[in-house]
Write a protein that binds this ligand. Structure first.
Ligand code: URA
Length: 263
């Protein structure tokens, strides 16, 4: 199977339907790197495929007004840290919460710290805890595939991190005290990167970043403003692995991410 077919299959958008004899233009690296709008436009549907997920996604209509997130009652203390090496050293020595006792590695982030796009997940899982890097397990593989399909280079165009920097045992939800312990690290990352756009992956990251309890179905259709930056919400890739029928909506969200970055 070609790489592009694999990417689209992973997202629940394959197979592509092309008139007989037409070359698979999606196979060239240039096409993989092309913005979604262009990529979607060159897909020819010869016979209307039955699953709705195969349709070229229409852009989600984002309300004109930006939705301002409410501020948390207590803002995190500013860290006395000047650079990324100091942040890594600071987090590696962190004993602020119970997670320090069970972690194998802290997981600060990966990617380009000067990127325009900042992706924020929940907390490290088992693989991330072992490797000290975010999104390197199965959910991470799907995230990589979605980024590739969207023409976003995961080492150059984006910085990826989590709300919480240490693995909660058994992948349980992080406790409020654990989130609070990590809040100043995340705030430092946002303030230092100053991304043009933040993407919150999943309910947990969205609720933490937006100080909201609204359902993800509501949050993902709006452009928010939080922590001083524009913010979009999409599904967590681990959720998409459990609910592949939602991948077409995730595709719309990543399309929206591209549109927002281009605006
Ligand atoms: N899930 C997350 O939210 N973050 C990771 O780094 C891995 C899985």
């Amino acid at each position: 199977m070609s790489r592009s077919a694999f990417v689209l299959q992973e997202m629940g958008l394959s197979p592509l339907w092309r008139p007989r004899g037409e070359p698979d233009i999606h196979d060239s690296p240039a096409n993989l790197a092309a913005p979604i709008a262009e990529t979607a436009a060159i897909v020819t549907v010869a016979t209307p495929p039955s699953p709705a997920a195969m349709a070229t996604p229409a852009p989600v209509e984002i309300p004109f007004e930006i939705k301002e997130a409410t501020r948390p009652a207590k803002l995190p203390d500013a860290l006395p840290i000047q650079d990324w090496d100091s942040l890594h050293a600071h987090v590696a020595a962190c004993q602020r919460c119970e997670l320090a006792k069970t972690r194998h590695n802290v997981v600060v982030g990966r990617g380009n710290p000067t990127a325009r796009l900042l992706i924020i997940g929940e907390a490290p899982g088992e693989q991330e805890d072992r490797q000290g890097l975010p999104f390197v397990g199965k959910a991470g593989q799907l995230l990589e595939n979605m980024l590739a399909a969207a023409g976003i280079h995961s080492t150059e165009d984006v910085y990826i991190c989590n709300v919480v920097k240490c693995r909660p045992p058994g992948n349980r939800n992080p406790a409020p005290a654990e989130i609070a312990s990590c809040a100043s690290y995340l705030q430092w990352q946002i303030d230092t990167i100053q991304p043009d756009l933040i993407v919150a992956l999943g309910r947990f990251a969205a609720h933490t970043l937006l100080n909201s309890q609204a359902p993800i179905s509501t949050l993902r259709k709006q452009l928010h403003h939080a922590h001083g930056r524009p913010l979009l919400v999409t599904f967590h890739p681990a959720y998409l692995l459990r609910s592949p029928g939602e991948k077409a909506k995730a595709w719309q969200d990543w399309h929206q991410v591209k549109c927002q970055l281009a605006s």
